[in-house]
Design a protein around this ligand. Structure first.
Ligand SMILES: [Zn+2]
Ligand SMILES: [Zn+2]
Length: 261
């Protein structure tokens, strides 16, 4: 069964399509279970990516009434910043959430989306190391999450200039990150927003995750617009099965509900 546990509506500052449109398109693509994960990115670009939580709650209830038979869940994508852990937890407490998706967008105050600024005077290795230290801090120090979003985000926008993150780029720190995720019983997200036969992270990281004993994987389109809903999903699911993953991790009222693949 296909589930999408990373999708945005225009409640998120950078979301482009209304929630009901995202749901209608997901159903068309065969997604049977859906969890919205609107952004909480405190202080990024004057709140550009942040979400009005009261508005989110209203829009969500409206969508739930419009689709009473759809398993529809409410989550947040929590943009980790070491100094903001308490603020982030405070935002989480404001809503009856089903799912906490931990993510890293800001690396020492800069989003790698701003390539000119972030990659100025940095080699690929330096950029990866700086990013991974923040990811490590997030999985280690954030006390209340279910899954870890888009590891490899640092090279999401760099195209051919810097190819995607690989396990061999930083095996020690990546192993440390994966081991913490496994030990804490959290899930690793397969993010298909830039799907090219593989997502974020790449298959090599999922292979390593399996080797280390990882079993929990969430699937997320990270779609901000109807045109990218469920991108790559059929292929992604077949590949996960072939790698020996038996189910997708989904969450209801913060409890793990495995859905057989
Ligand atoms: Zn994100
Ligand atoms: Zn997202």
């Amino acid at each position: 069964m296909l589930s999408d546990y990373h999708i945005h509506s225009d409640c998120s500052g950078d979301g482009k399509s209304p929630m009901r449109a995202q749901i209608a398109e997901s159903l068309k693509k065969g997604v049977k279970k859906l969890c919205f994960t609107e952004h909480v990115d405190i202080g990024v670009l004057d709140g550009l990516f942040d979400t009005d939580l009261a508005l989110y709650a209203r829009v969500f209830e409206d969508a739930r009434r419009a689709y009473p038979d759809l398993p529809l869940f409410m989550g947040l994508e929590l943009g980790f910043v070491p100094e903001q852990i308490l603020d982030l937890l405070g935002r989480c407490a404001a809503l009856p959430l089903d799912f906490h998706l931990l993510s890293v967008h800001l690396v020492n105050g800069i989003d790698p989306y701003d390539q000119e600024l972030f990659f100025k005077d940095k080699t690929r290795d330096q950029a990866a190391a700086e990013y991974l230290q923040t990811v490590l801090a997030s999985v280690r120090d954030f006390p209340d999450y279910d899954a870890v979003a888009h590891i490899g985000y640092v090279f999401k926008f760099t195209g051919d200039r810097f190819p995607p993150l690989r396990h061999e780029d930083a095996p020690d720190v990546l192993d440390e990150i994966l081991k913490i995720i496994i030990q804490k019983g959290k899930a690793l997200e397969l993010n298909t927003s830039r799907w090219k036969g593989e997502g974020m992270p790449g298959w090599d990281l999922f292979d390593r995750y399996r080797e280390l004993g990882g079993e929990l994987v969430t699937l997320g389109s990270d779609s901000h617009h109807v045109s990218t809903v469920a991108k790559g999903f059929p292929e992604a699911v077949e590949a996960l099965k072939a790698k020996g993953f038996r189910y997708l991790a989904t969450y209801e009222q913060r409890r793990l509900v495995p859905e057989a693949l």
